[in-house]
Design a protein around this ligand. Structure first.
Ligand code: ADP
Ligand code: MG
Length: 660
């Protein structure tokens, strides 16, 4: 329903709501408070010692404004509270003066100083609080006061005649929720805290039910999807594996086998490969690509950044060097001419494997026979994949890879629509990375270590978080370089890498480091994933408190890539308990469980890029048991086709069928 149906709403407010992605009455009423303020009228005498109290009072004298200095004023007036006169002061609310007429009832929230008989209010409401009131507090929408929003939402609720039935009736009965209508009123305008909680519970169940429904429904269609059955040339694949300078781990072998089986089946492959950094996912993807090429299919390998795409290009070319597979790189910063050449080759099927960033998909790129897409470190529901597929006719097999170590149980539920493979063991010979949390004042220790490693002929990464404006606390990469130059008397060659550099500059810096011309590489987290310099044995991370554990674990995965013992120093003065987890463990899955405990799901899915993973009211960590509970209900709902009786799910199904 259109927002304009709400009583008393103006065009300007509608615009404001649009800006916050609220386009309908239904969306507005689903804009839930994120917390509540409980207002309880108290008696002044009782509360002398308390930090903040709420009192009822009545204005009983004239009010006076003083302008103390620019942007700072005070408003003073006399009040009567149950027969006692007190002086009230409130800062920066000069504009309220006209409302403070004698006899006006007010509710004051603030502090009382009995000696001065002065009440310093930090909030004032122009009502008499008869009883306890629970105020909903909403996330701030620019240009809308909390109280205005509260009223708007109540008015919006009055307009809704039929509430969508999201939970199946049976489920609703089973948990004896409040009715949907009552739940809406209770969540926005609670009569009791307990009832509000009950209302909230209903919405959590609804949100998770709908989420699971989507995942499971997707799974169903994917199961029915017809793909191409490919032949696996085991002989040639075995030959490729034999040509590698190392033998595969059991997990790698197992996952390759799972992938090859997928290719053989006449069903479309839809697999997520989860494996810690350095667990060797690239080789798995490469073997599967090779299997496709042996079937005369083309493959696309998508990486999240140019640096990574370039790295993958070289390492994949190296893995396949004894085959006649044609590999090309296509990244945004190539010249138009260079791109055209590559694109032409792709179109003529003179390229078997194309490696690039997602940007390549926006170009007018045509494959002749695209049969396999690998996506590294990227969210699974990328719109681009679909764009890419549109001009291709065939249904390519898909492999998604991620080093975000999602706890296995969560992964199985959240990615329930995909097959999942895990690589748990590291290549043999790899030692755990010795990790140490250091205070800023103990930096010397890290500098000593740096020197020690460099003397052994090794190399060192130094990582500083990306600089945000006004963030003077953070270590700037250039400042760090100066610091290191001073410490080592400028005798150690140091490279600096940050996101704002040009492609060519970045490449030069990376190359110098790879070739060992520079011994230390100071960079922002642009190098976060994938970079592979085997000679690096020490990483120093500044402002480590800025990162989630999973991210730090990924970062330190840049070292420990050879048989030497490697080290990671985390420099920070805060949150040491959290970071200690990294001292104790090198197991990505364990660390992600811990990260989950500390920070909730927020960090798990990287930046909030993952639109379909953000919940309005549910919280994966807190509500995980509900998710499991509901899974059975959802499967039953789908199995029995009961969902067809619910208009709400008809709409969802249409959408999924359309976009998929
Ligand atoms: P990630 O899973 O992080 O993408 P990579 O595929 O980049 O890991 O592999 C990390 C490094 O380990 C690479 O240098 C790769 O050559 C090497 N590697 C992969 N598998 C093995 C193995 N079975 N034994 C030894 N080294 C391996
Ligand atoms: Mg990788």
């Amino acid at each position: 329903m259109d927002l304009k149906h709400i009583k008393g709403i103006g065009d300007k407010t509608i615009e404001t709501l649009y800006d916050s992605n609220i386009y309908s009455v239904e969306e507005l009423v689903s804009y839930f408070p994120y917390r509540y303020q409980v207002l309880q009228p108290e008696i002044l005498e009782d509360a002398k010692e308390k930090v903040g109290i709420t009192i009822n009072a009545r204005v009983c004298g004239p009010s006076k404004v003083s302008y103390i200095r620019k942007n700072f004023n005070s408003l003073r007036f006399l009040c009567d509270t149950y027969g006692k006169q007190i002086q009230v002061v409130i800062f920066n609310r000069a504009f309220l003066k006209p409302k403070l007429t004698i006899g006006q009832d007010v509710t004051l929230i603030g502090k009382y100083d009995a000696k001065k008989n002065t009440f310093t209010a930090n909030d004032i409401k122009f009502t008499k609080l008869e009883q306890t009131r629970i105020l909903p507090i909403y996330h701030f929408i620019k240009g809308l006061k909390n109280s205005t929003l509260e009223k708007l939402i109540l008015n919006a609720l009055h307009e809704i005649k039929n509430f969508e039935q999201i939970l199946p009736f049976e489920v609703e009965k089973k948990y004896s929720f409040l009715s949907k209508e009552e739940s809406f009123y209770e969540i926005h305008h609670p009569s009791h805290l307990e009832k509000m909680e009950l209302a909230k519970k209903r919405f959590i169940y609804e949100e998770l039910f709908e989420f699971l429904f989507k995942v499971q429904y997707l799974k169903l269609i994917k199961e029915e999807e017809i793909g191409v059955s490919k032949k696996v040339d085991r002989f040639k694949i075995e030959k490729l594996i034999q040509s590698l300078p190392f033998s595969l781990t059991t997990d790698q072998e197992k996952v390759i086998e799972e992938g090859l089986n997928d290719l053989e089946k006449p069903k479309r492959m839809n697999r997520l490969l989860l494996g810690d950094v350095g667990s060797g996912k690239t080789i798995v993807a490469t073997v599967l690509m090779y299997a496709n090429v042996l079937n005369q299919y083309q493959c696309a390998f998508l990486a999240p950044t140019e640096v990574l795409a370039t790295q993958h290009f070289y390492s994949i070319r190296d893995i396949l060097k004894e085959t006649d597979v044609e590999i090309e790189l296509l990244v945004g910063s190539m010249t138009k001419k260079e791109k055209e050449v590559v694109m032409k080759k792709v179109q003529n099927h003179d390229v078997d494997i194309l490696i690039g960033t997602h940007a390549i998909l926006n170009e007018n790129l045509f494959f002749q026979r695209l049969g396999f897409i690998v996506t590294d470190e990227q969210h699974r529901f990328g719109v681009h994949q679909r764009d890419l597929l549109k001009n291709k006719g065939e249904l390519p097999d898909m492999l998604f890879m991620s080093a975000t170590p999602i706890p296995r149980t969560y992964a199985l539920t959240i990615y329930g629509d995909m097959d999942t493979s895990f690589i748990k063991e590291k290549p043999s010979g790899r030692k755990d990375i010795v990790t140490k949390v250091l205070k800023e004042s103990d930096l010397k220790e890290a500098l000593f270590k740096t020197l020690e490693e460099i003397k052994k002929g090794h190399q060192v990464y130094v990582v500083a978080p990306m600089i945000l404006e006004n963030d003077s606390n953070l270590k700037d990469v250039n400042l760090l370089k100066e610091k290191f130059d001073v410490a080592f008397h400028g005798k150690i060659p140091i490279g600096v890498l940050h996101g704002k550099m040009k492609k060519k500059e970045k490449e030069d810096v990376m190359n110098d480091f790879k070739l060992g011309n520079t011994k230390i590489l100071i960079s922002t987290t642009v190098i976060e994933v994938g970079v592979d310099v085997k000679n690096a044995t020490l990483m120093i991370i500044f402002n480590a408190e800025r990162f989630g554990l999973a991210t730090l674990h990924q970062l330190r995965g840049r070292v420990g890539r050879n048989d030497e013992l490697s080290f990671c120093y985390l420099i920070c003065d805060e949150e040491k308990d959290r970071l200690k987890v990294l001292e104790e463990s090198n197991d990505g899955f364990y660390i992600s469980e811990k990260d989950f405990e500390f920070r909730g799901e927020g960090d798990l899915f990287g930046v909030k890029q993952s639109g379909d993973m953000t919940f309005k009211i549910a919280n994966l960590k807190r509500d995980y048991s509900i998710l499991l509970e509901l899974k059975k209900e959802v499967l039953h709902f789908l199995d029995t086709k009961e969902y067809q009786n619910y208009p709400y799910y008809e709409k969802i199904v249409d959408q999924i069928d359309f976009t998929n």
